[in-house]
Structure formats: structure tokens, C-alpha cells
Design a protein around this ligand. Structure first.
Ligand SMILES: Cc1cc2nc3c(=O)[nH]c(=O)nc-3n(C[C@H](O)[C@H](O)[C@H](O)COP(=O)(O)O)c2cc1C
Length: 356
């Protein structure tokens, strides 16, 4: 089978990525208590880069202390963390690969916080201890993302990715289910996208680093949230604001108490490819598809038939950090069985490896 397309280079803005394989952001629960990078994390990124992944997107990095979702999450909220982050970019660059910093504010997805500290665009009946964000909160949030992107550039990252999917704070502005505001940040598609647009523009004028956005092609709210058509409208607005690439995912964590990422366990092969194809028709910037892609052939087909420009993997690379090299050497399918046991607050690890 001709799989050459997987191993051709492609550009994201000014950045040349050596192949079409991305590691989708994967929180590793392996940072130090102060949010700084540890040796274990450097080794993880080294194995991904040496394993052949052209673009490695970090696990989500909190842009401000109040946006931290877990105790062993890595931060990018202050300059003292830059040297540690630089170790990650150095190790990836040494292997000839590229690396993007995923930036996040957890919004209502923050555990172990004092009730009342949580903030959201709107207070839904299912929330407890959450307050509606005011203008000052929004300004501060936009600035936190911009400052984090400036730090990412200083730390040697090739790009940043705004986490605007899965129920974290930016996605709860985008979705009509979680954003009930009546000011300029709510209502129309343009208004709900405004905060992301303001952040993209702010980053571009502050440091010019390429900006990618991870967004939902489907919120998973049974037709009440974002679907592929609405996502395509948002995508057009983000491209006009200066976005350099879009990564298409799906699902919102439903409530403050839901423990993990969206339920991705039972979805089929390439379950976001249709949404990615819809969005790609609407924009001219690169589109990255993620979610349930396990067969090399479906990856090759998606790239060849214009569904997307990059294929991203999360769980398969937990099990096989060298999956890109294995594909190149002839492997046809990732070994990952999507059991979700890699979600482990004691440290990212495949739940199957060693089980025989
Ligand atoms: C352990 C784990 C941690 C994750 N952490 C993040 C994260 O930090 N940011 C993010 O956008 N998505 C995160 N995800 C979601 C993945 O990036 C990806 O969208 C999802 O797992 C589907 O892709 P896959 O089928 O290749 O695993 C995580 C997924 C897993 C399994």
C-alpha cells in the first residue's frame, strides 16, 4: 500500500512539519507540584519525537493558576516555568520534529477548588459554586492566554494550540448550550467565538507564533450544541482572525463532577473524520483530524481524499510512542484498543502493556 503521503512534509503557517502525523494533546499527570516539567516528561517527549511523530502537541498547560485542572498538570502561567518547558522543545527539536504548546483554562473542569472560585460564561442549573464571568474576568482571561503564548515562544515552541474543545473554558464560550450570555460574548456565532478571536489576534500581535485551535466538530449535546455546520461557521471566523490550523475533536464534559475527558471509548474508527471533512471544505488553513484513528489505511485515505491535512493520535501513542516509525516500517494498525485506562491520575501509562 502506498503510504508515502503520511510521511510528506506540510506547512502550518510559517512552520514546516516533517510529516502528517501529530500527537494530539495528552495530559500526562507527571509534572512537579509547582507545575514544572520533570525528567519523566522529557523522556516521554523524547520517545515521541524519536518515534517519528512530526508534530507533538503537549498535554494541556494551564495559563493561570485558577485554570489548573489537576495537581500534576504542567503550567505555563509564569516565567519560572520557561526553562523546564525549554527542555521539552529542545528534546523534540534534537530529533528533527516540531512541538506545539496546548494552552488551557479549565473553566468549570477544575477539581479541589473552593466552591465559588469556578467561573463560566453562564451559570447552568447543573453547576454548583460557579459564578458568571464579568468583563474584567474576560479581559484577564484573554491576557492570560496571550502571555502564555509569549512564554511558549520564549521556551522554543513552534506553535501554540488553544484548547477550545471538550468543555474547558473556551469551549464553554463557543457552545450555545453552555453560553447563555446576552452581551457581546454570547448569542450569535460571532459573539460566542469572540473570545477565541480576541485571543488569536492578541497572540498574533504580541509574538506572531503560529496559532492552532482544537475545537469540537460536534459538542455531543444531541443537536443542541455545535454540529459540523456550526463548527464550519466558527472555523471561517477563526481563520479570518488569523488561525493557522484547526484540530477537530468532539464532546463536552457534561458537568463539574464528570471525572474525565468525553466518553471516547465506544466511538468507531475515525469518528471525527466526517466533521473534519465538512470543516475543511469551509477553510483553506490546514485541518487536523483526531479521534479513533487506528488503521493506517484510514489515515492514508483521509489525507489522500482531502478530508484533512494531518492525522492526530492520542491513546495509540501512549501504547506505542514509535507508532509512526512502525507505520513506516509496514505496520497496518495501531495496537491501542481504546480501553481508556491510560487516563490515570497517578501518571499516564497504557493499561494494556505488560498484560500479554
Ligand atoms: C490520557 C488522555 C489525556 C488527554 N489529555 C488531553 C489534553 O490535555 N488536551 C486535549 O485537548 N485532549 C486530551 N485528550 C484527548 C485526546 O487528545 C484525543 O482528542 C482523544 O483521546 C481522541 O483521540 P484518540 O482516539 O487518538 O485517543 C486526552 C486523552 C487521553 C486518553
Amino acid at each position: 500500500m502506498a503510504d508515502d503521503i503520511l510521511f510528506t512534509s506540510f506547512k502550518i503557517g510559517s512552520l514546516t512539519v516533517p510529516n502528517r502525523i501529530a500527537r494530539s494533546a495528552t495530559m500526562d499527570y507527571r509534572a512537579a507540584d509547582d507545575g514544572s516539567v520533570t525528567d519523566v516528561q522529557v523522556a516521554l517527549y523524547d520517545s515521541l519525537a524519536k518515534g517519528g511523530c512530526g508534530l507533538i502537541i503537549t498535554g494541556f498547560l494551564y495559563v493561570s493558576p485558577d485554570g489548573r485542572s489537576a495537581s500534576r498538570q504542567t503550567g505555563i502561567d509564569n516565567d519560572a516555568l520557561i526553562p523546564g518547558l525549554h527542555r521539552l522543545t529542545d528534546t523534540v527539536h534534537a530529533a528533527g520534529m516540531t512541538i506545539a504548546a496546548q494552552l488551557v483554562h479549565g473553566g468549570v473542569q477544575i477539581r479541589k477548588k473552593t466552591p465559588g472560585d469556578l467561573m463560566a460564561p453562564s451559570v447552568l442549573p447543573s453547576y454548583t459554586g460557579v459564578r458568571e464571568m464579568n468583563d474584567a474576568d474576560i479581559k484577564l482571561l484573554i491576557d492570560s492566554f496571550i502571555q502564555a503564548a509569549v512564554r511558549a515562544k520564549t521556551a522554543g515552541f513552534d506553535a501554540v494550540e488553544l484548547h477550545a474543545a471538550h468543555g474547558y473554558l473556551l469551549s464553554s464560550f463557543l457552545s450555545p448550550v453552555t453560553n447563555l450570555r446576552t452581551d457581546i460574548y454570547g448569542g450569535s456565532t460571532e459573539n460566542r467565538a469572540r473570545i477565541v478571536i480576541d485571543i488569536i489576534r492578541g497572540i498574533k500581535s504580541a509574538c506572531g507564533i503560529p496559532v492552532m485551535i482544537k475545537m469540537n466538530g460536534d459538542d455531543g449535546y444531541d443537536g443542541r450544541g455545535i454540529d459540523a455546520d456550526e463548527a464550519a461557521r466558527i472555523a471561517v471566523l477563526l481563520e479570518a482572525a488569523g488561525a493557522d490550523a484547526l484540530e477537530i475533536s468532539r464532546g463536552m464534559i457534561g458537568s463539574v463532577r464528570t471525572p474525565a475527558e468525553p466518553n471516547i471509548e465506544t466511538a468507531g474508527e475515525g469518528y471525527n473524520l466526517a466533521a473534519a471533512a465538512r470543516i475543511k471544505k469551509a477553510v483553506s488553513i490546514p485541518v487536523i483530524a483526531v479521534g479513533g484513528i487506528r488503521d493506517k489505511q484510514s489515515a492514508v485515505d483521509a489525507l489522500s481524499n482531502g478530508t484533512c491535512d494531518f492525522i492526530a493520535f492520542s491513546r495509540p501513542l501512549v501504547r506505542e510512542p514509535d507508532l509512526p516509525n512502525k507505520f513506516r516500517a509496514g505496520a497496518e494498525r495501531a495496537e491501542c484498543i481504546s480501553c481508556n485506562r491510560c487516563f490515570n491520575p497517578r501518571g499516564l501509562a497504557c493499561g494494556q502493556v505488560g498484560k500479554g
